[in-house]
Design a protein around this ligand. Sequence first.
Ligand SMILES: Cc1cc2nc3c(=O)[nH]c(=O)nc-3n(C[C@H](O)[C@H](O)[C@H](O)COP(=O)(O)O)c2cc1C
Length: 161
Amino acid sequence: MSTLIVFFSFEGNTKFISETIAKTMNADTMELKISKEYPKKGFGKYFWGGKSVIFGEKPELINDRIDLSRYETILIGTPVWAGSYSPPIKTFLEEYRIQGKRIALFASHGGGGAKKCFAKLKDALPGNEFIGEIALVEPKKNPEDSSNEVVKWAAELLMKE
Ligand SMILES: Cc1cc2nc3c(=O)[nH]c(=O)nc-3n(C[C@H](O)[C@H](O)[C@H](O)COP(=O)(O)O)c2cc1C
């Protein structure tokens, strides 16, 4: 069965999870990229990202279009931003209107909000089956334990196929 991993990562933690999953599963990967990047430093980093979530912005993606009909399972990964998922994921969900897939969710966060983030993602993905979720606190700070945890989770997902 073919699997796609779709994710956005601002500072590399969600990307770390995605890369660990991809080593465990045979999956294609799509890293969402936006035309206008958020500022990476100082106050602006939280301000622009937070504002973008609160105003429901959908930043333009520069990825090539992908044919989702080839995939039965889609893993969606995001950093938790302001207790929700990151705006590039919102753009992706609106552009593709995913239906009838098996979906697993993964997130990186700074200590809170993952539950809310997953609940909002599920609300935004009606008509799909949810097969798993995992949230880690900034895994790049703790790479060994984090990758063990992710590998175990991904292996359990594979058993569900
Ligand atoms: C704009 C912005 C908003 C954030 N909001 C939250 C939050 O609500 N809860 C939380 O635990 N962490 C929050 N964080 C921290 C990130 O979720 C955390 O650093 C995560 O590991 C980043 O993943 P990434 O490296 O893939 O971008 C926020 C970070 C940014 C930049």
